[in-house]
Write a protein that binds this ligand. Structure first.
Ligand code: HEM
Length: 497
């Protein structure tokens, strides 16, 4: 492993777990593991060190895949399957990981303990979650991610991982594995293409149209972040002040300094969030509200998200693009799907509302927060949809509580970052859930805000519009994805003594 703190080098890429770069597989399974004791936990971690796929493998595979796509060859002629592992704070503690007491408080507490802050209340509250994770009586210690191009490969690799699990003597919560399967055209359940806008990360991953590269230290431990500070180092975090003169701009809560142990280098914090989507509720709201406002329903849905179903941004095409239903993107736009800003032409949000999902979650150059500040809060999203497709004839979701299991569908949202408070928690609480971001009265993210059942979503056609909560949290946790050398060291039973 190199000592370079500016960007990962080849040795580092062999050490970093690959899903940080992005498995991008159509079939994924998430296994939840509990360690009965220290010895079996260490044995499991040691076995996983030899099993997981590294960032270099994934990078070269993904490059070959896109070259084959460009040459119009079938990339599935070389299908692949990948594995990664991440541990909760409880898991790291149980295997005696040195310095775990220095990990950030949010991570040590876990997602359920942060429910009030995140807005995970009533239907989204942990008492209604389908996964117990850290708050349960049987806490989750590790999560294994298995990903494959083909269902058969997923089964084969799962069998191999299950042999390792049994060999180590750790326990899998078998009935509770999560399964994700991509939908045609890469669309999530509301019908929009997902996975378009991803940050370009210096030395790690190049995303199409990702724009200026973001410093590796925003996503990995041990590298300089956008301010030139080494992530995981002993600094008071975050240091991004409220911008003077920007009323309503949310100041981050002060967080005590952290000093992560040396083994944390090349690791990354992983947020796992199981989000259920009420597709029927979303569609009915869009149809009824669009009729009342005398606007095309497709336009209202696109205003809620910020893109058309094909992924074409409203910033490029304000009226529905021809053929968009078929998921085809105008060839002139394929390279520009992520190449847009909001200022100054759309400062007031007449094209993309200021509270549209993609604008809340990444305000780009919107002022406030401004481009520079926004770069501190980018996420490497690695989610996948789960559950059956929606059928119009199916019963509506109950007003509260869980729908029948065969109607449970949504997104297994995963994202990697170097700091959960500055990453996922900041985006969810200071931007998405805040009715006063970017400016007072702008409204809440209609897709994914939590904390209230009827988020305000003012648009020119109806400045008093409120939407509904179609997405509820049904589980999740904060995990750490250690480097492969760290897995080896943590699995060595001498390390804990
Ligand atoms: C069921 C829940 C969700 C759905 C259906 C959803 C859907 C989408 C879609 C369709 C896009 C546009 C495609 C793209 O740019 O990749 C998008 C973008 C994005 N989403 Fe979500 N999302 C969900 C949850 C979340 C959550 C929980 C977060 C973060 C806390 C989030 C953050 C983002 C970000 C950062 C972008 C990219 C915005 C940009 O750079 O322009 N999403 N989402």
């Amino acid at each position: 492993m190199s000592a370079n703190t500016t960007r990962p080098e080849h040795d580092d890429l062999l050490d970093i777990q690959g899903n940080v770069v992005g498995f991008l597989k159509d079939h994924q399974r998430f296994l939840f593991i509990r360690f009965p004791d220290l010895a079996s936990g260490q044995q499991f971690v040691a076995a996983m060190a030899a099993e997981v796929n590294n960032a270099e493998e994934i990078r070269s595979y993904n490059r070959r895949y896109s070259e084959m796509m460009k040459r119009r060859e079938d990339p599935l002629s070389e299908p692949a399957d990948w594995v990664n592992v991440a541990l909760t704070a409880a898991g790291l503690e149980l295997i005696g990981a040195p310095g775990i007491e220095n990990f950030p408080e949010a991570f040590r507490d876990g997602m359920a303990a942060r429910a009030q802050l995140l807005g995970d209340v009533d239907d989204s509250g942990p008492s209604n979650w389908v996964r117990t994770f850290t708050h349960g009586s049987l806490p989750v210690h590790a999560m294994v991610i298995i990903a494959a191009d083909l269902p058969d490969l997923l089964e084969d690799r799962t069998s191999k991982v299950r042999e390792l699990i049994q060999g180590a003597g750790v326990l899998e919560d078998v009935g509770n594995a999560d399964e994700g399967n991509a939908r045609p055209g890469g669309r999530e359940h509301f019908g929009f293409k997902d996975g378009i806008s991803q940050p370009n990360v210096d030395g790690l991953v190049t995303s199409s149209g990702g724009g200026t590269a973001i410093a590796a230290g925003e996503f990995l431990i041990g590298y300089e972040d956008q301010d030139g500070r080494v992530s995981g180092g002993a600094v008071a975090q975050p240091n991004h002040p409220t911008q003077p003169g920007d009323p309503g701009y949310p100041a981050p809560a002060p967080v005590p300094p952290v000093q992560l142990p040396a083994w944390a280098r090349n690791g990354s914090f992983l947020v796992y969030r199981r989000l259920r989507q009420n597709v029927g509720g979303f569609q009915s709201f869009v149809a009824e509200t669009a009729a009342r406002l005398n606007m095309p329903p497709g336009l209202l849905a696109a205003k809620i998200l910020g893109r058309w179903p094909s992924g074409t941004p409203l910033e490029h095409v304000p009226g529905r693009p021809p053929g968009d239903e078929a998921g085809t993107v105008d060839p002139a736009l394929t390279e520009r799907l992520n190449d847009f800003k909001y200022q100054p032409h759309d400062a007031d949000g007449h094209l993309t509302p200021r509270a549209a999902h993609i604008r809340k979650a990444n305000p780009r150059d919107s002022n406030p927060a401004g481009e520079e500040e926004t770069r501190h809060h980018r996420l490497l999203r690695r989610g996948i949809v789960y559950g059956p497709d929606f059928h119009e004839a199916e019963p509506t979701y109950p007003p509260s509580g869980a729908p029948p299991v065969d109607q449970d569908r949504g997104l297994l949202f995963l994202c990697y970052q170097a700091d959960i408070e500055d990453g996922f928690e900041f985006v969810q609480t200071k931007w998405i859930n805040s009715p006063d971001f970017p400016s007072t009265g702008d409204g809440m993210d209609p897709i994914v805000s939590q904390s209230t059942a009827d988020p305000p979503f003012p648009i020119p056609a109806d400045p008093h519009l409120t939407t509904q909560r179609w997405v509820v949290t049904t589980g999740g946790d904060y995990l750490f994805s250690p480097s492969i050398s760290a897995l080896r060291a943590l699995g060595d039973n001498r390390s804990a003594s």
